[in-house]
Design a protein around this ligand. Sequence first.
Ligand SMILES: [Zn+2]
Length: 398
Amino acid sequence: MTKVLHGLPEKVIFCKKCCISNQRPSTKREFSKKTTEDTETVGFGEDGICDTCKWFEFKKSINWQEREKQLEALCNKFRRNDGTYDVIVPSSGGKDSFYVAHQLKYKYGMNPLTVTWAPHQYTDIGWQNFQSMIDAGFDNILVTPNGKVHRVLTRLAFENLVNPFQPFIIGQKNVAPRAALQYGVQLIMYGENQAEAHNKFDENLSPLMDISHFCKKEDEDLYFGGVHINELKNYGIDDKEMFLYKPLKEEDIKQAGIEVHFYSYYKNWSPQENYYYAMEHSGFVSNPDGRSEGTYTKFASLDDKIDGQHYYTMYIKFGQGRAMNDVNRDIRDGFITREEGIELINKYDGEFPVKYFKEVLEYMGISEERYWEVIDNARSPHLWEKVNGEWKLRHKVN
Ligand SMILES: [Zn+2]
């Protein structure tokens, strides 16, 4: 029997419609993750088709005019005319959050406050797009975590969970509800439902985000970077320095009457359309290198120098990298065929993100040797084999 890491299914299956495999994790809350074994993967039907493709099929039957009416009613319910903010839009300055904030303000007459959880390290293009968003007519609060703490948490998340992006994900989930409490705003509008990014089918049927994504469950033990919160002091982190990372209290959110919605419930969500929208209505620019490392696209996840590592570590753990991610989306949106997708995956998936590698290592405070030790230990034997001294994936989509 081959050894299987990360709690993945031993038998690898690729979707017959897109190219995703059953090794792809679904989005999860991160607060209680102790090890990489704690993985839930995307669902597959008996017919060999993934749940995400099924959701995209279902989407075709949605009456979007009806949904727009629901959005108008929602805005009417929360709109304020006293000059205070009436909706919070968590925004990176990327195309998707820009689209949401811009539509809410200029099409639906809302008064949004955009709230940003800072990337680990801004890229030039990320900073430029962030400024362009503000210049297009938005107030913004930029929350930047303590650099000393964030670096340590990033290193721990990389070494223990092979997920250097975890501290960002946690902070980003908390930042909007915390601002809503602070500013007395009752509506939060996220962009895409995580369900579209491979959660349970049923979660798409509601416009509301499950608040357990940023609230603590009763008797829950908190782990950050795979380390129990009480143990973080051994890494030089004081409990008081963890405020921004700790989940919120469910009763506070409920008492304040805060509702968290997804814009993708109300609008037929398309990252490519959002890109054109952002270019038209702001100075949004795409990757000046022509494409991002590891893929063929140029307009997604451009803000953070660690973005490339986020996708590369997924490629190592699950055999699916950045190109695979983009291909699946583009097949479902009808922009490319499955055959074209396979070609793009063969060409770009797993390309090492070299551009900011040195800076990322320096940021985490680890050597290149240590980096490769963590990476190679994360290669599950059921996915990887060494052929003539080189790592190869055992299963390729075809
Ligand atoms: Zn699929």
